[in-house]
Design a binder for this molecule. Structure first.
Ligand code: FE2
Length: 339
């Protein structure tokens, strides 16, 4: 049942998305769409005077790997459905309750000026992490620093020492609402990230107890050492958690899955590291973990959404605790705190 509070939250977010009367809104519904969000999206868009259609797609192609789409990427029910893609290109705002494949159809739809807002978390998470204009200011400030930077250097007391070159790709900017033409965002989120220049990631990342691995949606218990050279993870060393990570990545049979992808930090003041432990895995998309203030998000796999050529479905987001990030020698975070 849609509560009044939830409906108010949706109206608030659609207002932040600059939804205007008469604009065309598509509510894109996939298999995993939360029924309350389907209903609240429809009602709130209509209350604001938008024109509306709901697009319900068929079944997605069978997944090769268990789990779901919080991180792993690949073809969706939209892939190859030209009629549906054209309908989305003619919309002003797409409320994506399914999860469009980022590097492919999504790029084409955004290029027409359509705004896309991805929404996958359950109602209580959406309301707890309701976006605010100040999130945009904090994320933009982080993104501006990333845009100007040439070198990112991430370190930790546990041994992380990673260097990457920046500047080849645009910066990933997520503050929880899609307020400009051609903008994609994800409610809820608040982080910025840069994409390493091809082949430049080099060093060592030590995943330590408490770091979050997505899509596993679990906390690391035993340290994992990732040796990185030429932009790719070359060795994964450690005990049980390393074995698990290694076997998962190997199961894609895709060398591109070992590439280092977006790297950045969270600035969300209401998201919390502990929340991943509070939900059943099927209940949450782990946006608390990606967004909490000061996390260093290491990631692996594709860079197609940034304009790169890498399309691998093997994608991991790994928010880490207590790391320090420097850009061109100047600190952006120090031991897990945003400067
Ligand atoms: Fe990611």
């Amino acid at each position: 049942m849609v509560t009044l509070k939830f409906l108010e939250a949706w109206k608030h977010v659609l207002q932040l998305c600059n939804l205007r009367p008469g604009e065309l809104v598509c509510v894109l519904v996939g298999e995993a769409a939360h029924p309350d969000s389907v209903e609240a999206a429809r009602l709130s868009a209509q209350m604001m005077g938008a024109r509306l259609f709901k697009l319900e797609l068929g079944e997605a192609p069978a997944a090769k790997i268990a789990g779901e789409s919080t991180a792993a990427q690949g073809p969706t029910a939209l892939s190859g459905n030209r009629g549906a893609v054209e309908a989305l290109k003619h919309s002003d705002l797409v409320i994506d309750l399914m999860g469009i494949d980022r590097g492919r159809e999504q790029t084409e739809i955004l290029a027409t000026g359509t705004r896309i807002l991805l929404v996958k978390e359950p109602p209580d998470v959406l309301m707890r992490l309701l976006p605010r204009p100040e999130d945009r200011i904090a994320v933009r400030a982080a993104a501006d620093r990333l845009t100007r930077a040439k070198i990112m250097h991430a370190t930790s007391k546990t041994g992380t020492d990673l260097t990457v070159g920046l500047g080849e790709f645009p910066v990933l900017v997520q503050y929880g609402y899609a307020d400009e033409p051609g903008r994609w965002d994800h409610w809820p989120s608040a982080f910025a990230a840069g994409w390493p220049n091809e082949g430049t990631a080099k060093g060592r990342v030590i995943l330590s107890p408490g770091d979050c691995i997505l899509p596993f949606k679990s906390y690391v218990r035993t340290p994992i050492a990732l040796d990185i050279d030429g932009g790719y993870i070359r060795h994964i060393v450690g005990d049980l958690d390393a074995r698990y990570l290694r076997d998962y990545m190997d199961s894609f049979h895709d060398p591109e899955g070992y590439a280092v992808a977006h790297l950045g930090w969270g600035v969300h003041s209401r998201a919390h590291w502990t929340m991943l432990g509070m939900y059943d895995k099927r209940q949450t998309n782990a946006m608390d973990a990606r967004s909490f203030s000061g996390n260093f998000m290491f990631s692996t796999g594709p860079n197609a959404e940034a304009g790169g050529n890498r399309h691998t479905p093997c994608h991991l987001d790994i928010p880490m605790l207590d790391c320090s990030v420097a850009l061109d020698g100047k600190p952006a975070t120090i031991e897990g705190r945003v400067v």
